[in-house]
Ligand binder design. Sequence first.
Ligand SMILES: [Zn+2]
Length: 79
Amino acid sequence: MTRPGRLTDEAAQLLTLSTEPWLSCEDCFRLMDTFVEAVLVDPDTTAFPQMRVHLRGCGACAEEAASLLDLLVEDRGSH
Ligand SMILES: [Zn+2]
């Protein structure tokens, strides 16, 4: 039995508060590099709120963002 991605209460709340449309995974991947860079510069950045909402609700994109972030952090750490 497959389950659709579940929303946390917080994500659901953000969604109802936000007037931004829910990003598609395609949009999410397109913004991923820019988003991860912004997070690296400032982990508490409020940029891309729709990205954060999407990542909370979408395990696949959250994993992708996490591994991209890891890569960049390692890359920076080694220089
Ligand atoms: Zn996604």
